[in-house]
Each structure stands twice: as structure tokens, then as C-alpha cells.
Ligand binder design. Structure first.
Ligand code: 2F8
Ligand code: CA
Length: 197
């Protein structure tokens, strides 16, 4: 009697063990499949992140404005030329380099509220030799009549005069293509940064 009960229990346990082993095998297979799909998802996320970065690099986000293949930011922060340049560089940009009539006209239109802004042009290294911040050769600029004049012998940084009307009213007739002046680099004024795409 006891023997037959034991045999029955043993048989039941064996069956349970087989079932458990089978379930374990299934769970292992499921686990392997989950690992594979997790790896695939990680690959997809990585690819999407690369796509997002490249889309962002090709866009002008937040307060940056797009013109041709650059983004521009008119900064209202008033500081000297060197500090303004540092801030542009911290934002993956530099002070603006104006190398076409179209760009000059676009910039005059974007910052009408500021009187004058720093641009990326100076003759600090050698008086009278104007240099763009990125080493682009300087040919001719859009200077106001009579500028640059190195007034008092200490004007080595260039500004763009944005409020053409105000400058004209002050008895110095000017146009959007005659809107640069040289002033002392230590003056605190706003600036325009440019990031080339
Ligand atoms: O427009 C002539 C002259 O006007 C000012 O000096 C009186 C400017 N100086 C500043 O804005 C600091 C000169 O740069 C300019 O040439
Ligand atoms: Ca001047």
C-alpha cells in the first residue's frame, strides 16, 4: 500500500518536474528573444538620436534666425567686443561675418531695435588692416561715409549701425549699404552671432 502510494507520488512529481523543465525552456527562449529585441531597440534609439542631431544641426532653433546657409542670433546683452565674441563661440558660433550685400541687407532688417551691434571685424592686430574673426580675407565693407576713421586713435572694432533712420536724422545720411563704423572695442553694446550650417 505504502509502496504504491509512493510510486504514485513519484510519478506525479516526475510529471511536475517535466512540466517545470518545459516551462523553463520556454522562458529561456522568451528571454533570448527579449534580449534580441532589446538590442534591436537600442540600435534603433541610437540611429534616431543620430538623425535628431543631424536635423538639429541643419536647423536654426529657438531665437536663431535662418538666412541662406547660416543661423543668426541678435544678442541684446551689452558687453565689449571680446566678451561678445566669447559668448558667440560658447554657442557654437562667432561674431557675424558679412560677406555679401544680401547678408548686409538681411541683418539691417533683423535688429532694428538696437542702435548698433558688434560684428566680427577688427583691426586690433594692425591699425588699418581689418580682419574677419575667421580669417576670411577682408575686401570692401559697407562702411558709413567717413568710416573707419579710428577716432581718437582707439577705434579698432567694427559695428553695424542698425537704425539707419536714426543715423540719417543725426545729420549723417546713410543707407543699409553704408552702415558700419569703427568704435573702441571696450564699449558695451549688443552683438550678432552667426553659425554657419
Ligand atoms: O560719426 C562720426 C563719429 O561719431 C562718433 O564719434 C564722435 C563715433 N564714436 C563712437 O560711437 C564711440 C565715431 O566712431 C564716429 O566715427
Ligand atoms: Ca569711427
Amino acid at each position: 500500500m505504502i509502496k504504491s502510494q509512493l510510486e504514485k507520488s513519484f510519478s506525479n512529481l516526475s510529471q511536475k518536474s517535466d512540466t517545470l523543465e518545459h516551462t523553463l525552456d520556454e522562458m529561456k527562449q522568451e528571454n533570448d528573444a527579449l534580449h534580441i529585441s532589446l538590442n534591436n531597440m537600442s540600435d534603433t534609439i541610437e540611429k534616431l538620436q543620430i538623425m535628431i542631431s543631424s536635423i538639429e544641426e541643419g536647423l536654426c532653433l529657438n531665437s536663431w534666425l535662418r538666412f541662406q546657409s547660416s543661423c543668426y542670433m541678435v544678442s541684446a546683452v551689452e558687453t565689449d567686443w571680446n566678451n561678445s565674441r566669447r559668448t558667440c563661440r560658447e554657442n557654437n558660433a562667432d561674431l557675424v561675418i558679412i560677406d555679401s550685400k544680401e547678408e548686409q541687407e538681411f541683418l539691417i532688417g533683423v535688429g532694428k531695435d538696437s542702435k548698433e551691434v558688434w560684428i566680427g571685424l577688427s583691426d586690433s592686430d594692425q591699425e588699418g588692416t581689418w580682419k574677419w574673426v575667421d580669417g576670411t580675407p577682408f575686401t570692401e565693407g559697407f562702411w558709413r561715409s567717413g568710416e573707419p576713421n579710428d577716432s581718437n586713435g582707439n577705434e579698432d572694432c567694427a559695428v553695424l549701425n542698425l537704425n539707419i533712420q536714426a543715423w540719417s536724422v543725426r545729420g549723417n545720411p546713410t543707407t543699409s549699404l553704408q552702415a558700419w563704423n569703427d568704435i573702441p572695442c571696450y564699449r558695451s553694446i549688443p552683438s550678432i552671432c552667426e553659425r554657419k550650417l
